[in-house]
Design a protein around this ligand. Structure first.
Ligand SMILES: [Ca+2]
Length: 513
């Protein structure tokens, strides 16, 4: 009878099996002494209870998601003068990926594209198709949360959603589901104008936005997350948890309590080294001043306006970081930390003054690259991985952690072997980028080609020597060779991605066929 207990225990070592066998044999023997065969029902229930105690619970997954956070805004990386003590400690206690990318977007709402890739597991253009039938995809189980539910997880969600399936259907428990962004006011755009008083304030509740409802939305997310953790603890004997904790921060309106703004006096803020008053190709690449994100600041850009927006951006990130600290502390107190994998990332980056741009509708590193931290029981501490990945690999990786065989439709990859050091090779030979039908990019090793078919123009950057992408080497002899080498690879990538844009006809001199 004792052998019955081991049916669901595939992950034990032989020694563990042996110890359990002895323990269970003793239990059975003692119980049989106390009870006759008439008490069989009681004995049966006790054995099930015992087997649950001994069985190995699948690991929990806590996913913390920021909105519009550029890769450079983690203090510990030393790229930007910003305070993120809690993300720093997460980084030190886990493995970080310094080159995690979003592929781009089929619309100005880059958040929507990024999040549909994440939840459907599909690459950009196939995620666009899936987004149009998102609720049906979910109902048929082809959604991240549905995969987790099917693997026995209790699922929780709070905060920003921006996905076309209903969040209430996707997760067992939801709270404070938010849309793409809090309300922005007309006063929040086209500011500050040089020589004029700034009409908007990040800490005045009258502008609503993150202040709507009385408590800053980032603080609401932290409260909900802590509440979920206490529920998950009560439920822990039954099932592991998957918590999807999505901040609307640091998306605009960039609001934070005054104390956080005060941490960043303008003299502390550096203008990005690739600052431009105006991006010369903005109109041909669909980043003109009329684009919602671009019109947050005045045109032409001034160093002061960029500094003011960066002040508010950094303050909001530091405030979000404080909330993340509360969640990490709550996880520790819950006792669930030992068996929890934590992922932290953002849906894409943001320009906030880089290259004369304010939004994320471009394929520069500041707008496609995000922070990416993974912490877990077997994940090395303080390790930094530079192999390029996509942020949506979080989905495929969490499925691997949950022991789910990768579904056929999931195109992203499990990056646990990279995190654990079992390999140094990225699952991707090249990183692909696309925005509408006006921008394409390919990054191989440290070389990036940015293609603007509407101009037409190809830019070439060496992001190891020139991380801020200031020196376009396209017209140098090295650049010409790189175009000849990488353009055909971009055509191949487009084909793999189901990308319908014909750039070969625009650049016939680089077309190999
Ligand atoms: Ca976003």
């Amino acid at each position: 009878m004792a052998s019955f207990l081991f049916i669901n225990l595939p992950d034990k070592t032989i020694v563990q099996y042996f110890i359990l066998l002895i323990a269970n044999t003793i239990i059975v023997k003692e119980i049989l002494k106390m009870y006759t065969i008439k008490n069989f029902k009681f004995l049966f229930l006790l054995l099930i209870f015992t087997s649950q105690i001994f069985s190995k619970q699948k690991p929990n997954i806590l996913f913390i998601f920021a909105d519009d956070q550029c890769y450079e805004t983690i203090g510990h990386l030393g790229i930007t003068d910003i305070e993120t003590p809690n993300l720093d400690r997460l980084m030190k206690s886990g493995t970080s990926f310094t080159r995690a990318y979003n592929m781009g977007s089929w619309s100005g709402a880059v958040c929507v594209a990024s999040r549909h890739m994440l939840h459907t597991g599909r690459f950009l253009w196939r995620a666009e198709k899936a987004s149009k039938i998102a609720e049906a995809e979910r109902a048929e189980g082809r959604f991240w949360s549905e995969n987790m539910k099917a693997a026995g997880y209790k699922t929780y969600m709070t905060g920003k959603w921006h996905v076309r399936a209903k969040a209430e259907n996707c997760f067992d428990v939801t709270k404070n589901i938010r849309g793409g962004m809090p309300n922005q006011t007309p006063t929040g755009y086209n500011r500050p104008i040089p020589g004029e008083p700034d009409p908007w304030s990040p800490f005045d509740p009258k502008f609503e936005g993150f202040w709507k409802g009385g408590k800053h939305w980032s603080e609401v997310v932290a409260d909900d997350a802590l509440n979920f953790l206490s529920q998950a603890k009560k439920h822990a004997h039954k099932s592991p948890y998957f918590a999807y904790i999505a901040f609307n921060a640091p998306h605009d309106p960039r609001q934070a309590p005054k104390a956080f703004i005060d941490k960043y006096p303008l003299k502390r803020i550096k203008t990005p080294s690739n600052f431009l008053p105006m991006y010369p190709y903005k109109d041909k690449i669909a980043c003109s001043h009329s684009l919602r994100d671009e019109k947050l600041g005045p045109m032409p850009r001034t160093e002061n306006s960029v500094k003011v927006h960066r002040q508010e951006y950094y303050a909001m990130i530091t405030h979000m970081d404080e909330q993340i600290g509360k969640i990490l502390d709550g996880l520790k107190k819950s006792g669930l930390e030992k068996n929890t994998y934590i992922f932290f990332s953002a849906d894409h980056g943001l320009a906030v003054g880089h290259h004369g741009l304010f939004g994320k509708q471009n394929l520069y590193e500041h707008s496609t690259r995000v922070p990416f931290i993974l912490k877990g029981p077997d994940i090395p501490k303080g390790k930094v991985v530079s192999a390029p990945i996509y942020l949506q690999d979080i989905m495929a990786t969490s499925l691997a952690i949950a022991e789910i065989e990768k579904p056929k439709h999931v195109e992203f990859n499990n990056i646990l072997p990279l995190a654990r050091g079992e390999t140094q090779k990225s699952p991707y030979n090249e990183i692909y980028g696309a925005y509408l039908n006006v921008q394409r990019s390919i990054t191989k090793n440290n070389i990036k080609l940015i293609v603007y078919p509407n101009i037409p123009l190809i830019r070439v950057f060496d992001i190891s020597k020139d991380p801020d992408e200031k020196i376009d080497i396209a017209s140098t002899s090295k650049g010409e060779k790189l175009k000849v080498k990488l353009f055909p690879l971009l055509l191949k990538l487009q084909k793999q991605m189901g990308d319908q844009l014909d750039i070969a006809k625009t650049f016939p001199q680089l077309n190999p066929s």
